[in-house]
Write a protein that binds this ligand. Structure first.
Ligand SMILES: [Zn+2]
Length: 420
């Protein structure tokens, strides 16, 4: 059986309340934020931050970014400032409207009936991660929507941490900046977070599954688009004249290395991944993404695509082939690595909370990847949710309680550092 901490009711009430607010973002939305309903949670957090007595609380009405600050409680008012960044939106991959969170107390390790009416069951046979939480209280869905513990479990922990710090000025910590951002799930990359206003020069995102995990390594990522202009003539008289753009696209696809694709790669192996092909005789367009943890190998991948394009230009004419490569984000490792205390303090705080810190290279990017590149080194601490982006998402309440503890230890460690 789990022992409930003083944070139990707080994080539980918060996650349930936040989860009921529909904040799903829109992959195809052109506005900022991509959906207006994200303001519903932003306003709730704004009011709550004011109510608990946070400083400089602000909701930017044009970007939907909420920021606030906790002042230093160190005797000399010092300590090294750091920030915490969480996202308010939920993924478009599963229904996010009408979320009905509920609590299962003392999970017994068996099948969980999520929805009697529809016969929806979550079983540890299908989701063995459930067995890590036997005896714990879980917050679950009714099997028809996602929960939104990604990333509202993190928001619940951060708000409870902030509330506790503000109610207990005798707890020593340095200045802490808080940010709640929209559109993480649709590649927003926290681009509208105003770093001057945010204040701290280093930060952590709280996102990701499995309690006690942290992450300081992501992919380097870019997106490439190959466009081919064909030349259509009647096939009967096409000899030596026709350029079939669809065929050229096929040639290009055949040049991509057979086993350097998501299906055949894991760990630190990078890949090319074709996400769209549109082709007829006159026109073709191939869109693919490039991923690699290693900067040199990543650059070689981009150069390889240039080489493919050059070969096609030599064959069909330079003006028929255009290749553009747009950078998406960079591996945060090189930025985070320059501030070694970021990971030292984080792993120390995780240990102080009684957990063994675990990490692995992340096969993706985070808002922290983009923030790191913008000058805010920003590794990630897991939010502790499970089965995100789907109808079987759940959050063990003790994971949120632990994260509050980790944040309190982290704040104390930063409080004892000098700010240069
Ligand atoms: Zn997330």
């Amino acid at each position: 059986m789990q022992e409930r901490t003083i944070f139990y009711e707080k994080v539980k009430e918060r996650l349930i309340r936040y989860a009921k607010v529909d904040t799903q973002s829109d992959r195809y939305g052109k506005d900022t934020p991509t959906t207006q309903k994200q303001f519903d949670l932003a306003r709730m957090l704004f009011d709550e931050l004011n109510a608990i007595g946070a400083g400089e609380v602000r909701l930017d009405e044009s970007t939907c970014v909420v920021t606030a600050k906790l002042g230093s409680t160190m005797p000399d008012g010092g300590g090294k400032p750091f920030g915490l960044v969480t996202h308010m939106d939920t993924a478009p991959d599963a229904p996010g409207t009408n979320v009905k969170p509920w609590v299962l107390e003392a999970y017994d390790g068996g099948d969980i009936l999520l929805n009697a009416e529809r016969g929806i069951v979550m079983s540890p046979k299908e989701f063995p991660n459930l067995l890590n939480y036997v005896g714990q209280d879980l917050i679950l869905t009714d099997g028809t929507t996602l929960l939104g513990g990604d990333d509202k479990a993190a928001i619940a922990s951060v708000m409870t941490f902030a509330e506790h710090c503000l109610a207990h000025p005798e707890i020593p910590h340095g200045p802490v900046s808080l940010a709640f951002t929209p559109d993480e799930e649709v590649g927003g990359l926290a681009k509208d977070l105003d770093l001057d206003r945010f204040g701290a020069k280093v930060a952590y995102t709280l996102d990701g599954d499995h309690l006690g995990f942290y992450m300081d390594e992501t992919f380097n990522a870019s997106e490439a688009t190959l466009e081919i202009k064909g030349l259509s003539v009647h096939p009967a008289t096409a000899k030596g004249i026709m350029v079939n753009a669809a065929d050229v696209a096929g040639e290009f696809l055949a040049m991509l290395p057979r086993f350097e694709k998501p299906r055949y790669t894991a760990g630190r192996e990078g890949f090319f991944h074709v996400i769209a092909v549109n082709a007829d005789v006159e026109r073709a367009k191939v869109v693919l993404i490039i991923r690699d943890h290693d900067r040199i190998r990543f650059e070689h991948r981009e150069a390889y695509l240039e080489k493919c394009a050059d070969a096609l230009r030599a064959e069909y004419g330079a003006d028929r082939i255009s290749l553009t490569i747009e950078q998406s984000y960079r591996n945060m490792k090189e930025y985070v690595g320059r501030e070694p205390y970021l990971i030292e303090n984080l792993t120390e705080a995780i240990r102080m909370a009684g957990l063994e810190p675990k990490t692995e290279p992340f096969r993706g990017g985070t808002d922290g990847s983009a923030l790191s590149e913008r000058g805010l080194p920003c590794p990630n601490l897991s939010a502790g949710y499970e089965n995100a982006h789907g109808r079987f998402e759940y959050v063990p309440i003790p994971s949120m309680e632990k994260n509050v503890e980790i944040l309190l230890h982290l704040a104390a460690l930063f409080g004892s550092l000098q700010d240069e």
